[in-house]
Design a protein around this ligand. Structure first.
Ligand SMILES: NC(=O)c1ccc[n+]([C@@H]2O[C@H](COP(=O)([O-])OP(=O)(O)OC[C@H]3O[C@@H](n4cnc5c(N)ncnc54)[C@H](O)[C@@H]3O)[C@@H](O)[C@H]2O)c1
Length: 361
C-alpha cells in the first residue's frame, strides 16, 4: 500500500506511485482490490440528483457545479409547457456539453431514478412556479409541489440519501406586514395555492427530519432574475417588451416592491446549502438581496438598461399578488456565508445582454 499515493494527480502514463493507471497491464493486487481509476473517480465524485435541471435556477446550478466541483450530476425534468419547452431544451443543451452530466425526462411524482442511480445528495428544484397560474390550477400545484416532494423524500429515505436541499419561496410570507421578512416570523397569511404548496413542503420536511436520519434545507428564494431568466417573470417580460416597443401591463400604482435577487448570488447560496457545512438537521433560509425596489423604480431601471421608453397600461392588482417582499438575510449570512453581491442595475444589464444575444438571432 505504501507504494501508492492516494491523490491520483501524477501524470506519468505508467506511474505506479499513484492510482492504478487505466488499462494497467501489471495486475497489481491493489488494483484488483480497489478497482480501476475510472471506478475510483466515480466513487470519489459526489453524486447529486438535481430535479428541475432544465429550468432557470436548476440549469444554472448544474452548470456551476459541473464547472467548479468534482461532481457527477443526474438531472431530471418533465419539460412541461408552463412556459416554452424550447427554452428548457436550450438550457439542457448547455448541460449536455459536460461529460459528468446525465439527463432523463422524468416526473418527480413517479420517478424511480433515486432507486436506480442512488445519489448521495438531492437538490430538489422541480416544481410548478407562478402565483397567478396556481390560482387557476390549484390541484396541479398540490399534485406536483406537495405530492412530488413526498415521492422524492420517500424514495430518498429508502435509498439512504443523507441530505435534501429544496426550493421554497418568499411567497410563503404572504400578506405579512412586518419587514424585512425573517425566518422566525409567523406564516399565517399565504395568499395563493403556490404559497401554500411551498409552506406545506417546509412542514413536511420538518416532519420527515424528525422521523428519519435525513437533513433538509429549504431555501426561500426572493424574485430571482438574470440570464436565461424565466419568460413568465417581470424582469424578462419588461426588458423584452420595452426593447421591442410592445405594451405591457403594470399591476397597481407601482408602489408595490420586490426584493430582486441575481441568479449568481442565489446559486452561491444553493451550493452552500448543498454543502451544509454546519450540518444543520432541518432549517429554512431566506435567499434574497435585502434591497427592495418599487415597481415604478424597476420600470425606470429597465428603461435605462434598454435605452428605450416603456409603454405600459396600468391595471388593477391581480389576485394572489403581495404588496412587498424584503428578505432578512442574517440567518443565511451566518450559516451559509451568504452575501449577495450583484446590484439590480448591474444584474439587469447582464439579463438584457443575454436577451439580446439569444432572442434576436
Ligand atoms: N425564480 C424565482 O424567482 C423563484 C422564486 C421562489 C421560488 N422558486 C422556486 O424555485 C424552483 C425553481 O424555479 P425556476 O424559476 O427555476 O422555475 P422553472 O419553472 O424555470 O424550473 C422548474 C423546472 O421544474 C420542471 N418541472 C415542473 N414540474 C415537474 C415535474 N412534475 N417533474 C419534473 N420536473 C418538473 C419544469 O419543467 C422546470 O424546468 C421552483 O420550485 C420555484 O417554485 C423560484
Amino acid at each position: 500500500m505504501n507504494n501508492f499515493c492516494s491523490l491520483g494527480d501524477c501524470n506519468f502514463s505508467q506511474c505506479h506511485h499513484c492510482f492504478p493507471v487505466i488499462n494497467c497491464s501489471l495486475n497489481h493486487q491493489w488494483c484488483d482490490k480497489f478497482g480501476t481509476l475510472s471506478q475510483i473517480i466515480e466513487i470519489k465524485t459526489q453524486k447529486i440528483l438535481v430535479t428541475g435541471c432544465c429550468g432557470f435556477i436548476g440549469s444554472h446550478l448544474c452548470e456551476y457545479l459541473l464547472k467548479n466541483r468534482n461532481v457527477s450530476i443526474f438531472g431530471i425534468d418533465n419539460m412541461n409547457d408552463y412556459y416554452s419547452p424550447q427554452v428548457k431544451e436550450k438550457n439542457l443543451n448547455i448541460l449536455k456539453n459536460y461529460p459528468n452530466f446525465k439527463f432523463k425526462k422524468d416526473d418527480i411524482t413517479t420517478t424511480n431514478l433515486i432507486s436506480d442511480w442512488k445519489p448521495e445528495i438531492i437538490c430538489h428544484l422541480a416544481g410548478m412556479a407562478g402565483v397567478r397560474y396556481s390560482i387557476q390550477n390549484p390541484k396541479l400545484y398540490i399534485k406536483v409541489n406537495i405530492e412530488g416532494f413526498v415521492h422524492i423524500i420517500e424514495e430518498a429515505i429508502k435509498n439512504n440519501v443523507k441530505h435534501i436541499t429544496y426550493a421554497s419561496s418568499s411567497s410563503v410570507y404572504g400578506l405579512n406586514q412586518k419587514l424585512p421578512f425573517s425566518e422566525n416570523d409567523p406564516i399565517e397569511t399565504c395568499n395563493s395555492p403556490y404559497a401554500c404548496s411551498k409552506r406545506s413542503m417546509e412542514i413536511l420536511a420538518k416532519m420527515y427530519s424528525q422521523l428519519y436520519k435525513i437533513n433538509f434545507i429549504g431555501l426561500r428564494f426572493f424574485t430571482v432574475y438574470g440570464p436565461r431568466g424565466r419568460p413568465d417573470m417581470a424582469p424578462y417580460k419588461f426588458l423584452k417588451a420595452i426593447n421591442d416597443g410592445n405594451k405591457f401591463y403594470k399591476y397597481g400604482d407601482g408602489t408595490s416592491s420586490r426584493d430582486y435577487t441575481y441568479i449568481d448570488d442565489i446559486i452561491r447560496g444553493v451550493v452552500a446549502a448543498i454543502d451544509n457545512k454546519k450540518n444543520v438537521k432541518c432549517e429554512v433560509y431566506n435567499l434574497g438581496n435585502s434591497n427592495p425596489i418599487s415597481l415604478n423604480t424597476f420600470i425606470e431601471l429597465c428603461e435605462k438598461v434598454t435605452g428605450k421608453k416603456a409603454n405600459y397600461e396600468q391595471i388593477e392588482n391581480q389576485m394572489g399578488d403581495v404588496p412587498y417582499t424584503c428578505a432578512d438575510i442574517s440567518k443565511a449570512k451566518n450559516d451559509l456565508d451568504y452575501k449577495p453581491k450583484v446590484s439590480l442595475r448591474e444584474g439587469l444589464k447582464f439579463a438584457f445582454n443575454d436577451i439580446l444575444k439569444n432572442d434576436y438571432k
